[in-house]
Ligand binder design. Structure first.
Ligand SMILES: Nc1ncnc2c1ncn2[C@@H]1O[C@H](COP(=O)(O)OP(=O)(O)OP(=O)(O)O)[C@@H](O)[C@H]1O
Ligand SMILES: [Mg+2]
Length: 229
């Protein structure tokens, strides 16, 4: 069953007199439990597509359904609910709050959900354990390595029990060994917990952790590649 379905999605930006068509009539269907990668040259529309899938941006035209709900006509608060309840985000530069320790960073999405202290604490420690960081929960981001910071960001993404993780170049700031650690975590979240994963990457070796690779070129899906394992 598709959990994400884009039908003729376009996104254009107007810059003065210039119209940029960042996405052109994208049709895309991602099943629940799938693990897909998006590749393509700089400027081909990868982040634009991920931001639309993540309800962080709205398409100019087209239809978008996530978990059976029509997104493109939703208001801002409904979009925020979708993000908070269904989605977890991981970014290249981690996006952790520098003044909060690992535990407090992971607790944030649960605070927005109105969970009380005890339950929040328990679930956040659990999430940090599942990425192997139980020894680091009181460290601030500046006291952690890049790979550890990304694992905190993954713990924050999964603490709310999302159906889908969206990751924009999650290994872009990491060396290849650390990238493998991060991909091993993604693989486990996908195969053990059934979390659907959609990631953007420039690295073929990272993309191949997915089951399928969407190759974007100039705002269109040029080719879909099945990964042979
Ligand atoms: N807010 C914006 N205003 C105007 N143009 C934009 C905006 N965001 C993106 N674009 C344009 O849309 C196109 C697609 O951008 P996008 O960020 O999706 O590319 P990308 O594939 O993620 O590239 P990269 O690999 O460099 O991250 C580019 O031509 C970009 O300049
Ligand atoms: Mg990008």
């Amino acid at each position: 069953m598709p959990i994400i379905e884009l039908t003729k999605i376009s996104r254009s930006y107007k810059n003065g007199q210039v119209l940029i068509n960042a996405l052109k009539d994208i049709d895309l269907s991602i099943d629940e439990g799938d693990f897909v990668s998006i590749m393509g040259p700089s400027g081909s529309g990868k982040s634009t597509m991920l931001n639309i899938i993540g309800c962080l941006d709205r398409p100019t035209s087209g239809a978008y359904e996530i978990a059976g709900r029509r997104v493109e006509k939703m208001g801002d608060s409904e979009l925020a609910d979708i993000r908070n309840q269904l989605l977890g985000f991981v970014f290249q530069s981690f996006h952790l709050l520098p003044d909060l320790n690992a535990l407090e960073n992971v607790e944030l999405p649960l605070i927005y959900r109105g969970l009380v202290g005890n339950e929040r604490h328990k679930r956040s420690v659990e999430a940090l354990k599942s990425v192997g960081l139980e020894q680091r929960i009181h460290h601030r981001p500046s006291q952690l390595s890049g790979g550890e910071q990304q694992r905190v960001a993954i713990a924050r993404a999964i603490v709310g029990d999302p159906k889908v993780i969206l990751a924009d170049e999650p290994t872009g700031a990491l060396d290849s060994k650390t990238s493998e650690t991060i991909m091993a975590i993604f693989q486990e979240l996908n195969s053990q917990r059934g979390i659907t994963i959609v990631q953007v990457t420039h690295e073929k070796s990272v993309a191949e952790y997915g089951h399928r690779i969407f190759h974007l070129l100039d705002g269109k899906i040029e080719r879909v590649e099945d990964v042979v394992k």
